[in-house]
Design a protein around this ligand. Structure first.
Ligand code: FAD
Length: 292
């Protein structure tokens, strides 16, 4: 079994940012990532510091990985399926097992793709998972938000500065809004019919419902998220609303386990992920030094 000082699970902006700090502090660092960062889904990022022109998510990711490798991080492709503790942590992948005293969870929080024909086809061309990122592109357009919970209403509210033409599509589910969200939701059009498919040409054009179809320029998926933190939960890491609970030093409730980026919830942006990764890196260094 290979042993490291730090294992980072996730090779998105938060994991790689942390690795830049730990390797430069001389810590033997392994980054394990299964390949699909939220960033890969976006062609154009123009709100991240330092780029005069938009940069693609893929390019930003690849550059970060090269930078961490150049500085000495070991980066492996693989999915961590289990994390165990027996005095130190063991991260298990199909390919092998790796041990370390400290683990950073930086697994992002991939949204669950709804099983609706056309969703995958129009991702980045009308279908989005992030109103903060893409709402701007739908000024005065006809948009929908897919989902039936409070998060759905929250995303509809985020779209209001850009357009007033907002419909919540619950895809056959009854609405499950509560508290302030229930009273806010009444100002949106709410369609509870089953969504049959999304159609269009190069970009999204229509949403096809059970017995009708409606024009649609953008559909924001806000129907809950698939959690990639299951192994953390099994170990006893505290999770709230599918997000890992971390303090201002990116520490979780378990000594030696840190968390950063989208998997901790909050404002899901590259700049935040990079910042939290840096904070985690700094505190991991201090934690390891304090144990020596
Ligand atoms: C469509 C879209 C557009 C966006 N546009 C913007 C934008 O314009 N500007 C902006 O600032 N932000 C944007 N974002 C948000 C941004 O991409 C995220 O906030 C950022 O990527 C979060 O970084 P992260 O490192 O926390 O997670 P991620 O980038 O999601 O990386 C998580 C990493 O963990 C890995 N992983 C997960 N589970 C495991 C496992 N079990 N084992 C091993 N590896 C695992 C993944 O493979 C991945 O490498 C967008 C997101 C989406 C989806």
């Amino acid at each position: 079994m290979e042993t490291y000082e730090v294992i980072i699970i996730g090779k998105g902006p938060s994991g790689i940012s942390a690795a830049l700090y730990t390797v430069r502090a001389g810590l033997k660092t392994l980054v394990i990532g299964s390949g699909s960062s939220a960033l890969q889904k976006t062609d154009k990022i123009e709100n991240y510091y330092g780029f005069e022109n938009p940069i693609s998510g893929r390019e930003l990711l690849e550059t970060g990985v090269k930078q961490a490798k150049r500085l000495g991080a070991v980066i492996l492709d693989g999915e961590v399926t289990a994390l165990e503790f027996d005095g130190s942590f063991t991260a298990k992948t199909v390919e092998g097992e790796y041990k370390a005293k400290v683990v950073l969870i930086a697994t992002g929080q991939p949204p669950q793709r709804p099983n609706i024909p056309g969703v995958k086809q129009f991702e980045g061309k009308g279908v989005s998972y992030c109103t903060t990122c893409d709402g701007f592109f739908y000024k005065n357009k006809t948009v929908g938000v897919l989902g039936n919970g409070n998060y759905t209403v929250q995303e509809a509210m985020e779209l209001e500065p850009f357009t007033k033409d907002i419909t919540i599509y619950t895809n056959g589910q009854s609405v499950a809004f509560s508290g302030n969200y229930a009273s806010t939701a009444v100002k949106y059009k709410i369609n509870t019919k089953r969504v049959v498919s999304l159609t269009g040409g190069d970009v999204l054009g229509k949403i096809e419902l059970d017995d009708s179809s409606e024009k649609l320029d953008g559909l924001f998926v806000a129907s809950g998220t698939a959690s990639s933190v299951d192994f953390a939960v099994k170990l006893g890491v505290m999770v709230k609303d599918s997000a890992i609970v971390a303090d201002a030093e990116q520490k979780t409730n378990l000594p030696g386990i840190f968390a950063a980026g989208d998997c901790t919830g909050g404002f899901k942006q590259v700049s935040v992920a990079v910042g939290e990764g840096a904070v985690a890196g700094k505190n991991i260094i201090e934690y390891i030094r304090s144990k020596k």
